[in-house]
Design a protein around this ligand. Structure first.
Ligand code: PNW
Length: 459
């Protein structure tokens, strides 16, 4: 490719990769870690593919130094990881477990030694089980405990870590965890799902306040906004379905976070399942609207919906009662069955920039699960499908930046193959292959490709 056809990214563009504690750490009982809802859930027969658990995962807890060396070799500028709350407070409240904090302290120093900027996620779904025994995110007190935990972590690591995000994808925590029960804690109750949404947002707001008080510099949250499109542009019923899904996945979070409060149409929908007065108190929306410096976006695929006024849509979304049908992907798909459509990311970024101006964005996750189909002569996974996925999405990112979207960086999901929640280890998102029998890491062709992209700061 000639130099003139090269797509260059802005100077200081943040190139990195992301992981999450339960998906890679293993060492589930080491150093005083308490059980989380994911230990309970994965230990319950029938919940996770083939009974897989995060007990060992990628054993990153013991291999973090080698993993950071690998990140340095790939040239990563930033690494997004999450902190396991039950390592810090085994019961979710009370005194901190110093050995848990020590681990993240060592990880942070190792990253900084290698010139890699740590980006923290405080909650990537591993709620201490003791808190779930008291209702988890349906209990308002969980939000308060979360802020206490956030302050404790910042107190230890805040002198070295600049960028702090509170929650990863509260939509998943609430809807998959408490709505359709596909994720931990496996509750199936639409009212509980919306109650959880509010307490997650409240926990975010209280944590932002605590982090600011503790001196945090850059504070944000990561969402997984839906890039939602109608099956038929001319259908009025499909437009209603789009509006509903946009409300339940996007505006229910972005409204309160940006100071506009919950949208009236969303509250009206929620009220059919649970009276918002049971959880929404005076002053809550003000707390949730605490200003943030960064909005993290996780994007994998667009969502196509059709309206089904007859109720035959069969969707398990809280309260949609079959009025929405989610359409299967039309074109090529990843191993998750998710549509591969980079243009969707461009549309999503334009929409966020237009509707929520002044909020710096970062892609905190983007990537694809693809089976290990072939290996090259060097014995590494020749994942040309993943390279094509990443290349397409990075082109969409580059174009969006060109249109003026304030997008600061891109973090690939994921550095390593890992525990893919309800799918267990059978879905591989890593740019680095993990052999779970030997824990051997082998960079796939995509890792070498990404290394090149980073070193050229362009495609
Ligand atoms: C995100 N869905 O999860 C998470 O942040 C990661 O931990 C995860 O590994 C990654 O995406 C890939 O799945 C999601 O069912 C899990 O819509 C499920 C859904 C969305 C996001």
């Amino acid at each position: 490719m000639s130099a003139s056809s090269e797509l260059r990214f802005p100077d200081n563009f943040v190139w990195g990769a992301a992981t999450a504690s339960y998906q890679i750490e293993g060492a589930a009982r080491d150093d005083g870690r308490g059980p989380s809802i994911w230990d309970t859930f994965s230990g319950t027969p029938g919940k996770v593919f083939a009974g897989h658990t995060g007990d060992v995962a990628c054993d990153h807890y013991h291999r973090y130094a080698d993993d950071v060396a690998l990140m340095a070799e790939l040239g990563l500028k930033a690494y997004r990881f999450s902190i396991a709350w039950p390592r810090i407070q085994p019961d979710g409240t009370g005194p901190v477990e110093p050995r848990g904090l020590d681990f993240y302290d060592r990880l942070t120093d190792t990253l900084l030694d290698r010139g890699i900027d740590p980006i923290v996620t405080l909650y990537h779904w591993d709620l201490p089980q003791t808190l779930q025994d008291r209702g988890g995110w349906t209990n308002r007190e969980t939000a308060e405990h979360f802020a206490t935990y956030a302050a404790a972590v910042h107190g230890r690591l805040g002198d070295r870590i600049r960028t702090w995000t509170t929650l990863n994808e509260p939509w998943c925590s609430a809807y998959l965890g408490y709505g359709n029960g596909v994720h931990a804690p496996g509750v199936r109750d639409a009212g509980a799902a919306f109650t959880a949404v509010h307490h997650l947002l409240l926990g975010h707001g209280l944590a932002v306040r605590a982090l600011r008080a503790s001196g945090a510099e850059v504070v944000g949250i990561t969402l997984n906004p839906a890039e939602v499109q109608p099956a038929d542009r001319d259908s009025a019923a499909d437009a209603v379905a789009v509006r509903l899904v946009d409300g339940l996945q996007n505006r229910i979070f972005l409204g309160p976070l940006t100071g506009a409060g919950y949208p009236a149409d969303v509250l009206e929908h929620v009220a059919r399942m649970v009276d918002p007065a049971t959880f929404l108190r005076d002053g809550d929306e003000k707390l949730i609207a605490a200003p943030i410096d960064l909005l993290g976006i996780n994007y994998y695929a667009p969502t196509y919906v059709a309206g089904r006024p007859d109720g035959a849509g069969g969707s398990a979304w809280p309260g949609t009662e079959g009025a929405v049908e989610f359409l299967p992907a039309a074109g090529s798909v990843s191993d998750m069955g998710w549509a591969i459509e980079p243009a969707g990311l461009g549309r999503l970024l334009d929409r966020l920039a237009a509707d929520y101006p002044g909020l710096p964005l970062m892609i905190t996750e983007n990537g694809g699960a693809f089976p290990d189909r072939t290996t090259d002569s060097a014995g590494r996974v020749a994942d040309t499908d993943r390279i094509a996925y990443l290349d397409g999405h990075l082109r969409a990112v580059h174009a969006a930046i060109g249109r003026g979207v304030d997008l600061r960086g891109y973090l690939v999901w994921s550095l390593l193959d890992n525990f893919e929640w309800a799918e267990g280890y059978r879905k591989r998102f890593g740019i680095v292959h993990v052999d779970y029998l030997t824990q051997r890491r082998t960079p796939k062709a995509s890792a070498r490709w990404y290394q090149e992209v980073i070193s050229r700061n362009g495609l």
